[in-house]
Design a protein around this ligand. Structure first.
Ligand code: PEP
Ligand code: MN
Length: 270
């Protein structure tokens, strides 16, 4: 494989990505949580305060949403970024949000977004990856739904090659013949990436399954497989969510997930 910068083989140590006081890739798993999309001040702040109390380390929330249908809610855009900044001020949680095009980099810089998320649909958008190689903030790179492990690693290599060493890889499920679940969470890749790269790898069991009741079991399995963290969709009222409510946990369910994951993490010394 031609991933000389991301390969474990050439590295003297694993990369630890630091975001504020949080270290991703270290000895304890990092938990990122929040709604699929930022919908309103009340929704975001209640969810943010709740996930912080339950033990989340970073807050997620999409302001620019890449939706399959042009008729679905597209996100609040810049107003969503303003609400994320408010939530950061209120809770102290740093923020992770998706960047769908390089044209939004100045806006993300203006609001000091802490981690730039590249969504599954942009995993192989090489112009975006090259541009994010130049930003000073970490990038959370999601695997595309049809991206092979080698292609995923080479997308990470683009970011590092273009100047950004702070890359967090994220397995979020792939398309297979199985359609009971929204995607098939590929934990093979998590275990394989731990052997192949020094970069941290986290798992998104929310998109990986698409089904609320499967999120916690797959979160447990991800940590047991060696993941460095999780990204979980949480909504204060999942039944009212404008996006991905069927896979979002409520605050009580999320709090239970954190407890269970901490036990698994302790058992496997991660
Ligand atoms: C998301 O995190 O809300 C999202 C759109 O995820 P993905 O890019 O993995 O589909
Ligand atoms: Mn979502």
């Amino acid at each position: 494989m031609k991933n000389k910068l991301t390969a474990k083989q050439h590295a003297t140590h694993n990369t630890i990505v630091t975001v504020g006081k949080i270290k991703i890739g270290g000895l304890t798993p990092t938990i990122i949580a929040g709604p699929c999309s930022v919908e309103s001040e009340e929704q975001l702040l209640k969810t943010a305060v709740g996930v912080a109390e339950a033990g989340a380390h970073l807050l997620r929330g999409g302001a620019f949403k890449p939706r399959t249908s042009p008729y679905s809610f597209q996100g609040l855009g810049e107003d969503g970024l303003k609400l994320l900044v408010k939530a950061r001020e209120k809770t102290g949680l740093t923020i992770v949000t998706e960047i769908v095009s390089e044209k939004y980099i100045p806006l993300f810089e203006k609001y000091e977004v802490d981690v730039y998320q590249v969504g599954a649909r942009n995993c192989q958008n090489y112009d975006l990856l090259k541009a994010l190689g130049k930003v000073k903030k970490p990038v959370l790179l999601k695997r595309g739904m049809g991206t092979k492990l080698e292609e995923f690693l080479l997308s990470a290599e683009y970011l590092v090659h273009h100047g950004n060493p702070n890359v967090i890889m994220c397995e979020r499920g792939i398309t297979t013949f199985e359609n009971y679940t929204r995607n098939t969470l590929d934990l093979n890749t998590v275990a394989a990436l731990k052997q192949l790269t020094h970069l941290p790898i986290i798992v998104d069991p929310s998109h990986g399954t698409g089904i609320r009741s499967l999120v916690t079991p797959l979160a447990r399995a991800s940590i047991a497989a060696g993941a460095d963290g999780l990204i979980i969709e949480v909504h204060q009222k999942p039944e009212e969510a404008l996006c991905d409510g069927q896979q979002s946990l409520n605050l009580a369910e999320f709090s239970e997930l954190v407890d269970q994951v901490n036990k698994i993490s302790h058992a496997v010394k991660k």
